[in-house]
Design a protein around this ligand. Structure first.
Ligand code: SF4
Length: 393
C-alpha cells in the first residue's frame, strides 16, 4: 500500500533559497484564481488516475509550498477531495494513520486548524528555520521568531499532539552561538520532532546566485559558515538533542520515542508512494513519474482529458537502481537495513551483490552488520551520501 503525498504549490512569497515548485500568492487579488485552477486540476487527477475508489494509502503528507496559505474554505475543499477518494489504512495495525500538513508561521489561525482537525490531520510540520529575526529576514521568510511561538501556541490549543519544527543551519552570517540559541529555543517549545537541515544553495535561487561558487554573479561568500563550522553545528545539535530526549533516527531527523515521522520513514524504507499535484513525484512498482511542474499545463491537460501529466518524465528503474536507492536510503536511518527484508524484496543476498565493497566499509568501521541489520556508524551519518558512493551500482 503506497503513501500519499499531495503537493500544494503556493506560498505567500518565495524565500530566497527555495527551489521547490511554489507560486507566490500575494493577497486576496486575482492570484488566488490559481488556487481554483489547482483544485480543479487535482479533482480531475484523482478521478482519472485512480479509478478504483476508495484507494487505500498508508499515510498522508500535505506538502508544498505552504498548504496553510489556503484559506479555510480552500483547505476544506482540498481535504474533502482527498478524503472522498482515499481510505487511510495503517500498515502497522497498532498505529493510527499519520496525516501530516506542512505549515508556516504567519499562515495559521484557529479556523484553518479546526478544518485540519476535522479531517483527522494529526501532525503539523512547522517551518521555523531560525529564531534569529535578522536571519529569517535575510533569507526572505515571511515570519518572525514571535510568529513561530504564536503558531506553536495555536497548534497546541487546537489539540495537536504531534508537532515537528524544521530548522536550518549554515545560514549567511550564522555563528555557532546563533545556532545554539535557535536549537535551544526550539527545544523550549517541546515539539515531539525536530528536523535540522544544512542550507542548500541552488544556483537558480536568489541566494544561490549570490553565493554559489560557479555563479557568474557570485560576489561574496565570506559570511557563509564553512564546511567545518557546518559539521560542528550538526554535531553539536545531534548531541544536544540526544541529551534532551530526542532520538536521532535519520540524518536530519530527531524525535521523542514513538514520534518518528512514519510517512518519511516509508520513503527511506523503499516503499511505494503516490504524488498528486503539479510537480509531484510518484514511484509505484519501479516506475517513477513526475507530474508537469506548471499550474496551467497541469490543469489544462487534465481538463482537456489528457491523462498523461508527466511531460515524458517517466523513469523505469532497473534492478540495480532499485537496489542502490534502497541501500542508500536505508542507510540514512540509524536503524539501517534489515537483511532478511532486503533478501525478500530483491531475491538476492546483499553480501553477494556488494562483496568486497561491503567488507571494506565494515573493516573501516563505517558500516556494521549486527543482529541481521546493516547500519552506518552514526559518526558518518552527516557525510553518508559522500562516503557510501561505492554502494551505487
Ligand atoms: S515557504 Fe517553503 S516552499 Fe514556500 S518559498 Fe519558502 S521554503 Fe519554499
Amino acid at each position: 500500500m503506497p503513501s500519499l503525498y499531495v503537493h500544494v504549490p503556493f506560498c505567500v512569497r518565495k524565500c530566497s533559497y527555495c527551489a521547490f515548485y511554489s507560486l507566490p500568492l500575494g493577497g486576496e487579488g486575482s492570484e488566488r484564481g490559481n488556487i481554483f485552477k489547482y483544485l480543479t486540476g487535482l479533482e480531475r487527477e484523482i478521478e482519472y488516475c485512480y479509478t478504483e475508489a476508495p484507494a487505500g494509502v498508508s499515510s498522508l503528507f500535505l506538502g508544498g509550498g505552504t498548504p496553510t496559505v489556503l484559506n479555510y474554505q480552500e483547505l476544506d475543499s482540498l481535504l474533502k477531495l482527498i478524503h472522498n477518494r482515499f481510505s487511510f489504512r495503517s500498515s502497522v495495525e497498532s498505529l493510527s494513520i499519520e496525516k501530516t500538513v506542512e505549515a508556516n508561521p504567519g499562515t495559521i489561525d484557529q479556523e484553518k486548524l479546526a478544518v485540519l482537525r476535522h479531517y483527522g490531520m494529526n501532525r503539523i510540520s512547522l517551518g521555523a528555520q531560525s529564531f534569529n529575526d535578522d536571519q529569517l529576514q535575510s533569507i526572505g521568510r515571511i515570519h518572525t521568531s514571535a510568529d513561530i511561538e504564536l503558531g506553536v501556541k495555536l497548534i497546541r490549543e487546537a489539540g495537536f499532539i504531534n508537532l515537528n519544527l524544521d530548522l536550518i543551519f549554515g545560514l549567511p552570517g550564522q555563528t555557532m552561538e546563533d545556532w545554539k540559541t535557535t536549537v535551544n529555543r526550539a527545544v523550549s517549545l517541546t515539539p515531539e520532532h525536530i528536523s535540522i537541515y544544512a542550507l542548500t544553495l541552488e544556483e537558480e535561487t536568489p541566494l544561490g546566485r549570490r553565493y554559489c561558487e560557479n555563479s557568474p554573479s557570485k560576489h561574496d561568500n565570506a559570511s557563509l559558515p564553512d564546511d567545518d563550522l557546518q559539521a560542528d553545528m550538526y554535531g553539536w545539535a545531534s548531541s544536544f538533542l540526544n541529551s534532551q530526549g530526542y532520538i536521532h533516527y535519520e540524518i536530519s531527523n530527531f524525535a521523542q520515542a514513538g514520534f518518528e515521522g512514519r510517512h518519511n520513514l516509508s520513503y527511506w524504507q523503499g516503499e511505494d508512494y503516490l504524488g498528486l499535484g503539479p510537480g509531484a513525484v510518484s514511484c509505484l512498482n519501479g516506475i517513477r513519474v513526475k507530474n508537469v511542474q506548471d499550474i496551467d499545463l497541469y490543469r489544462n491537460n487534465l481538463v482537456s482529458g489528457a491523462k498523461s501529466l508527466n511531460n515524458g518524465e517517466v523513469e523505469y528503474l532497473s534492478q540495480n537502481q532499485r537496489i542502490s536507492e534502497y541501500v542508500m536510503l536505508g542507510l540514512r536511518t540509524t536503524k539501517g537495513i534489515k537483511i532478511n527484508l532486503f533478501e525478500e524484496k530483491f531475491k538476492m543476498n546483499i553480501q553477494d551483490i556488494y562483496g568486497y565493497k561491503l567488507v571494506n566499509y565494515i573493516d573501516r568501521d563505517i558500516l556494521s552488520l549486527e543482529d541481521g541489520w546493516l547500519k552506518i556508524n552514526p559518526a558518518y551519518l552527516f557525510v553518508s551520501n559522500l562516503i557510501l558512493q561505492d554502494l551505487i551500482l
